[in-house]
Design a binder for this molecule. Structure first.
Ligand SMILES: [Zn+2]
Length: 199
């Protein structure tokens, strides 16, 4: 399993130079989050927290462009994850997979032609990929992470993880590539059930 840290525009492939699976962190952090996942010929963008133009520019740096995207998956409604979704989807006719509550919580999403709703915990297929969502703990209406199963193995993705629950661990184990971003809340630790040695 490869465990990735966040580094802008860094790409990891599972087979060295012959890349059949790659995960590229186009942006991460409070100024914007967007991750490209490419597997079995399918290209997904997880979150679009930059302008559509900037996402396209960063995709071109890795020899892709926004028209190449098969879908955008949304983890939660915070602006650093969704800023570019509406313009990107409208300009490039990209399908957007999103939890209904999350879509409703985005203030300026605008009309999106191909909005595909799912509930946290549900799976859906996109080309040859099996995508499973799972609930995460984060201060958002219905935040999710994803596991993406391809012929090349599993890719796990979870961002803004406040607390790693058994569900999250179960979903992410057996991932060949794992993208994790965690934050911790001091008060949550103090109030939590763990002994200080663990906290
Ligand atoms: Zn957030």
């Amino acid at each position: 399993m490869a465990i990735l840290g966040y580094k802008s525009n860094a790409c990891w492939g599972s087979k060295g130079t012959l890349i059949s699976v790659r995960v590229c962190l186009l942006a991460s952090g409070s100024r914007g989050n967007a991750t490209l996942v490419e597997a079995d010929g399918c290209r997904l963008l997880i979150d679009a927290g930059l302008s559509a133009r900037e996402i396209d520019r960063r995709l071109r740096e890795i020899d892709l462009c926004a028209d190449d995207l098969d879908a955008v998956l949304v983890t939660h409604e915070h602006h650093d994850h969704v800023t570019g979704i509406g313009p990107l989807a409208r300009r490039h006719k990209t399908p957007v997979y999103i939890v209904p509550e999350t879509a409703a919580a985005i203030t300026r999403l605008g009309p999106i032609e191909d909005l595909r709703y799912f509930s946290a915990g549900e799976s859906f297929t996109l080309h040859n990929l099996e995508i499973t969502s799972f609930s995460t703990t984060h201060d958002a209406v219905d935040p999710v992470g994803f596991v993406i199963d391809s012929a090349e193995g599993r890719i796990g993705y979870a961002t803004d993880l406040g607390l790693s629950t058994r569900l999250v661990v179960n979903c992410l184990e057996r991932s060949r590539i794992l993208v994790l971003e965690t934050n911790h809340d001091e008060q949550m630790l103090i109030d939590g059930p763990y002994p200080w040695s663990v906290e």
